[in-house]
Design a protein around this ligand. Sequence first.
Ligand code: EPU
Length: 446
Amino acid sequence: MTQSTTIAPATPSDQTERVLRIRGHHRLSGKVQIGGAKNFALKALAATLLTTDEVVLTNVPMIADVISMAELLRAFGAEVDVLPEDDRVVVRAKTIIRTDAPPELFKATRASVVVTGPVLARMGEISFHMPGGDDIGRRPIDMHLRGFERMGATVTQDAEGITASAAKLRGARIYMDYPSHTGTEALLMASTLASGTTTITNASAEPEIVALGNMLNRMGARITGLGSPTIVVEGVERLQGVSEVCMPDRLEAGTYAIAGVITGGEIELHDVREPDMLPLTEKLLQAGADVWFRDNRMLVRAGDRLDAVDIQTLPFPGFPTDMQATLMPLLTQATGISRVQERVYEDRLRYTDELLKMGADIRVERFGEHGEKLATTAHVYGPTPLHGARVKSLDIRSAVSLVLAGLVAEGETEVTDVYHIDRGYARFVEKLSGLGADLEDTLISI
Ligand code: EPU
């Protein structure tokens, strides 16, 4: 049986627009269950294409990007059951029926780029167009393609798209200029079925990649060095099915932790992994909040002060670029000047213009020897009282940033382009409401 699900609770028409309306100044408290990680679940779904056996994924976040990825797998010929009632997805990719990725489905998410690895390894060819994803800066895939070439693939690029082909991939020494997250994943998956040994140097050490590698090992792959800059993969003939629980989403956990601190509240997060949270935990402590971990729970309590802190975004274990926007509203409420250096994506501070409409005092500097945009730093002057406004989400994380700002703003905030939140957060309004936030997902006339 093949099922799909609708994520959006309200469907806008020509005359209406969907907004999240938030009435601020409520102290959040209580418990919240953290769901499975988007940036793991999407790659685990891609990994199902590496085997003819059944793969069962549980604790899957029921978000729009997961539905898109399920559609992409179906287009390749996999049978996919999406079971929202128990957060489970079952995939059987007995046969792969095509090697050209349908452009619309491929462009729906960034994560689709990682299916290139499994399809190339299993079928000897993959054709695709550039993947989509958030508009947060340059997002090339040169390292993925160079890695495929090192493994013996022929890669061609023209107006029709990109094709990589190799009758059989062979193990290779691959050096990545930068520890690309999806680049490491695509190459890791491709190399599991290559002949011989592949070494990926300057590999990404993000927790979701460690989890993906562990899943692949349970499927029969032979991978060592996960979580370090050098991953070594001994190719095997075939991989088998697996039943895998998606790891908790550190970015979702960070969102509710910040929501608690920014509103002067106290939140208990269930299903959180302490090592994954350290970059954020450190900043919350520096800002004056209290944080405790016990087993897989995290307790966050606002302190009696909120101090400015500096952050710079870096690959793991540095501070995640995906949490930069989420932390920003808190910095607007902290005393002093916080410096936020975005070092992964040059356009990932654009959303701060929306926070200015709510009264924030954030000044963004752009750097670059020849005037090019290379990195951006925001100077956040706080504390500034925020007031409600109509503001526009630009991507998943900026959407959430605006909602968090709405939680401390005077009056009503309306966040538009809510579909960004659907892409990355399951049961967002329900979870925030459960903690005492006053918000609704509604349609307004335009
Ligand atoms: N880069 C290159 N060449 C490449 C690949 C990347 O120059 O071939 C550069 C990019 O331009 C960027 C940097 O390397 O400056 C990092 O890019 P990376 O490849 O690591 O990012 P990604 O794999 O496209 C994933 C997540 C993002 C997250 C980044 C960084 C998925 C689907 N996306 O993107 O998540 O911000 O890693 O950790 O896994 C999000 O969840 O909101 C999100 C945007």
